[in-house]
Design a protein around this ligand. Structure first.
Ligand SMILES: Nc1nc2c(c(=O)[nH]1)N[C@H]1C(S)=C(S)[C@@H](COP(=O)(O)O)O[C@H]1N2
Ligand SMILES: [Mo]
Length: 317
């Protein structure tokens, strides 16, 4: 790949829209059109990596913003099965067994099936997609995930007309998950989507990050990523995918229904009952870095707003 010079703009100082605009302009000047090339913090990691977890960079899913450092991506986490501290997953998730591992796909499908994780990994070519992630606690990251659209898997099992929702059930390994002793969550951690959200191409089955297998702290061997929703919708270490007719009860809605809704679309205009959602802190930016303005649907409005036309997203939070 040819070496390219990119103007260095400290991304902490500008809004994502400005980054987009300046980068588009730069690509035009460089005569590169919509090619998925980047440099510096924008360089998709798979260009440098190889192996089963290095996806082909998908130019449709590049975020023109500085990537969060690999170390921060896997040492500042929410994974309550290992404790509620941000460092707990990095400290304790190493004991989780990620092989053998199978994923059951059942419920309202014509062809229910149990997949071995290594077969699931090979079901479709992996793409590298750079996604923004926004936690409801008002921090965010920009992460190069390796995976493929959940819809690819769902088409294989053929959802029936009764499949209105999809539920993700995650792993429970009592001997390896010290956080299970804490009864904050009625384990297993369960999340769910409406079927059209699940079928949206942005909804990604993630097997790797930064060109390598997912660290346990990030939900190895399989987690989901739904970039327009708060991070808690993205279940980690998934063992079962169930298609159902009725809206499932999900872990956070169960704990605090006044704070966490089923939809959980990133909406900066609706404050969390205990704090604002208008701005966010980029992990790795340092304590003095200016907070960024949070975008509607986390910046994915063009792609997903139509899924919610006619819905009041203040009520359906
Ligand atoms: N099984 C499981 N999945 C989970 C969680 C969890 O505690 N357990 N936390 C969620 C929350 S609140 C967030 S913000 C994201 C964090 O993903 P990351 O640590 O890989 O950035 O995972 C989500 N998925
Ligand atoms: Mo979160």
């Amino acid at each position: 790949m040819a070496k390219v010079q990119v103007p260095r703009i400290p991304s902490s100082l500008i809004t994502p829209e400005e980054v987009w605009a300046s980068r588009r302009q730069w690509l035009k000047q460089a005569g590169m059109g919509a090619l998925g090339v980047g440099a510096g913090g924008w360089l998709p990691s798979a260009l440098a990596a190889a192996g089963p977890y290095a996806g082909k960079p998908n130019p449709d899913y590049v975020v023109m913003d500085k990537l969060t450092a690999e170390k921060d991506v896997s040492t500042y986490n929410n994974f309550y099965e290992f404790g509620t501290g941000k460092q707990d997953p990095a400290d304790y998730a190493g004991k989780m067994k990620t092989r053998p591992w199978s994923v059951v796909v059942e419920g309202e499908v014509a062809k229910p099936r149990t997949f071995d994780i290594d077969d699931l990994l090979k079901l479709a070519p992996l793409e590298e997609r750079v996604y923004r992630m926004r936690c409801v606690e008002a921090w965010s990251m920009v992460i190069p995930w390796e995976g493929y659209s959940l819809s690819t898997l769902l088409k294989q099992v053929e959802p029936t007309s009764k499949a209105k929702y999809i539920e993700f059930v995650t792993a429970v390994q009592p001997a390896n998950m010290p956080g299970l002793n804490d009864r904050i969550i009625d384990w297993p951690y369960v999340e769910a989507l409406r079927i059209d959200e699940a079928m949206h191409p942005l909804t990604l089955m993630v097997f790797g990050v930064y060109g390598k297998a997912l660290p346990n702290a990030n939900g190895a061997p399989l987690r989901i990523s739904i970039p327009w929703k708060y991070g808690f919708k993205s279940g980690k270490s998934i063992v079962k995918i169930r298609l159902v007719e009725k809206m499932p009860m999900t872990s956070w809605v169960k704990i605090a229904p006044t704070e966490y809704g089923f939809y959980a679309n990133v909406n900066p205009e609706v404050p969390h009952p205990r704090w604002s959602q208008a701005t966010e802190r980029r992990i790795g930016g340092g304590v003095f870095a200016p907070r960024a303005k949070t975008l509607m649907f986390n910046g994915y409005a063009d792609q997903v707003a139509s899924l919610y036309s006619g819905m009041d997203l203040r009520r359906n939070y």
